[in-house]
Design a protein around this ligand. Structure first.
Ligand code: XMP
Length: 507
């Protein structure tokens, strides 16, 4: 059983999809103007219309198929989706008087309705300029706020529900109950989506796509490509060849760990290409960040092409594309290779058929599938790591010496995060080695050594981020442990910059 989410370019679209899946129901996002045939092809048990920046009465506002409401499928419209439902069913939507537009928290009083079963009132998150002035026939108000007599409305006979507020955001109280009521009490859905049955289905799909053919996969050691590899390995075993390019810019023990896991646990062909010298010689003397990135991207392609010559029988290329990549690339059909992929650069003109087994999964679903497939915890819970690796965390020229220093600093810092149970609270953390030496004093002697920086961020999507508010004690202990263990470093700073204006990485 599944739910279709029609996306009207609302900022919380993916959040709605997550909320539904968290309750064990598969959800799929389609563009707001998907045709009726496209929607029917998914055989949805319910449809959710998202919010969006348009006003329903504007000429170029996105509207769904005009016959959407004849499908006899339970529907929940949220914000713009609520206004759209009212407008298309004959109600009147007006621009609110600026003094009455609602942004932020409001308290809703709920009436007796299946959508709010068990609830009397609660804080809700409002963000709208327009309001429903006249209800369509058959509708009645089921929630009110101080400024809005139609905070939620419903035609309970047709199972059409609409909320001006956003039940999907954390600022709304009882969000889980509201979605549960809609999915289970109104749409009568039986939850049947979980990582176990996803894995069985994905293995079946991979088997039927690849048949008795051969596939290759560029393994980066990151979560997505590792889980994709584990899944395809289960489906086709040693007909999968994983190519792992060690560009010499990885973290401590990373290459060895990836090799060990895939050689010992999975029945795949594993090619590790030791390309350290190739990369480091190309990067010699290079200090400009974009030039570093271009050299690494280009070299990666060359190394990968050389390695894949050993797999001439492979007709399939496995990619660890995940659902947010698909949604962010505009839900376009027939995407070939996404521009930002997790192995840091693959040929654009590869003559392969793509296999993307994680295409429908969110990151946390990928992680839980990885655990079930037997990947170690430290691999599936790992923070994101950029394709160019430590090259963009060493400011200035990259040398073996600096890589070695940075690896040791980073390990102490990351181990500390695990030790203090902070690792999973933080979206991404790492150390940086700026091209700076400073004067210090240790054991009564003058030192002139490197300064390192620590970075830790919280974010939802890496588009914006804020630095993690460590306690003073944590930072103090980190600086002591790093300076004591890494003699080449005599100063530690913590980067408190948010994004924007900074970026997460330093280069
Ligand atoms: P920035 O530094 O742009 O990074 O704020 C946002 C997120 O993207 C990661 N990142 C990359 N990932 N290849 C990748 O696979 C890259 O070239 C790359 N550059 C940045 C970064 O680590 C952060 O998670």
């Amino acid at each position: 059983m599944s739910v279709i989410i029609l996306d009207f370019k609302g900022q919380y679209c993916q959040l709605i999809a997550r909320r539904v899946r968290e309750l064990g129901v598969f959800s799929k996002i389609l563009p707001g103007d998907a045709t009726l045939e496209e929607i029917k092809a998914e055989n949805p048990s319910a449809i959710i219309l998202t919010g969006g920046p348009d006003s329903v009465y504007e000429q170029d506002a996105i509207h769904p198929d005009k016959d959407l409401f004849t499908l006899k499928i339970p529907m929940l419209g949220i914000c713009y989706g609520a206004q759209l439902m009212s407008y298309m069913l004959g109600g009147v939507v007006q621009k609110a008087d600026p003094s009455e537009a609602e942004y932020g928290k409001a308290v809703a009083t709920y009436k007796d309705s299946p959508l709010f079963d068990g609830l009397e009132s609660g804080v809700v998150w409002m963000s709208h300029m327009d309001y429903i002035d006249k209800l369509p026939e058959g509708f009645k108000p089921i929630a009110t706020t101080k400024n809005c007599a139609t905070a939620a409305i419903a035609d309970e006979n047709r199972k059409f529900y609409a909320t001006q507020f956003h039940p999907e955001v954390n600022n709304t109280e009882h969000q889980k109950e509201i979605f549960k009521n809609f999915l289970f009490k109104i749409a009568n859905i039986t939850p049947d989506w979980n990582s176990d049955n996803f894995i069985d289905k994905a293995i079946e799909d991979i088997k039927s796509q690849i048949g008795d053919g051969y596939a290759i996969l560029g393994l980066s050691g990151g979560v997505d490509s590792s889980v994709a590899a584990a899944l395809v390995a289960k489906a086709i075993g040693e007909r999968l060849t994983c190519i792992f390019v060690d560009h010499g810019l990885l973290r401590m023990n990373e290459a060895e760990e990836v090799e060990k896991v895939f050689k010992e646990k999975f029945n795949v062909k594993f090619i590790k290409v030791d390309a350290k010298d190739r990369f480091l010689s190309k990067l010699k003397g290079v200090t400009e960040p974009e030039k570093k990135r271009k050299i690494i991207g280009e070299e990666f392609i060359r190394v990968f092409e050389d390695a894949k010559k050993d797999c001439t029988n492979a007709k399939f290329l496995v990619q660890g594309t995940i659902y947010p990549d698909v949604v962010e690339s505009g839900l376009k059909k027939g995407d070939v290779i996404k521009s930002h992929h997790n192995v840091g650069g693959l040929p654009e003109d590869v003559d392969f058929e793509l296999v993307e087994p994680l295409r429908m999964l969110f990151k946390d679903e990928v992680r839980s599938a990885g655990k079930i497939l037997g990947l170690p915890e430290n691999m599936v819970m790992r923070h994101p790591f950029p394709g160019p690796g430590l090259a963009i965390r060493i400011i200035g020229e990259i040398t073996e010496e600096k890589l070695d220093i940075l690896r040791r600093v980073d390990k102490i810092y990351i181990d500390m995060l695990h030790e203090k149970n902070l690792y999973n609270e933080i979206w991404q953390a790492f150390a940086v080695l700026p091209d700076i030496k400073t004067v210090g004093v240790q054991g009564d002697r003058r030192t002139y050594s490197y300064m390192c920086a620590l970075r830790a961020v919280r974010t939802k999507d890496a588009m914006t981020a804020e630095s993690y508010p460590f306690t003073w004690e944590f930072l103090d202990e980190a600086q002591r442990r790093i300076i004591n263990a890494v003699p080449e470093v005599n100063r530690v700073v913590y980067d408190i910059t948010s994004k924007p204006p900074g970026t997460i990485e330093w280069e």
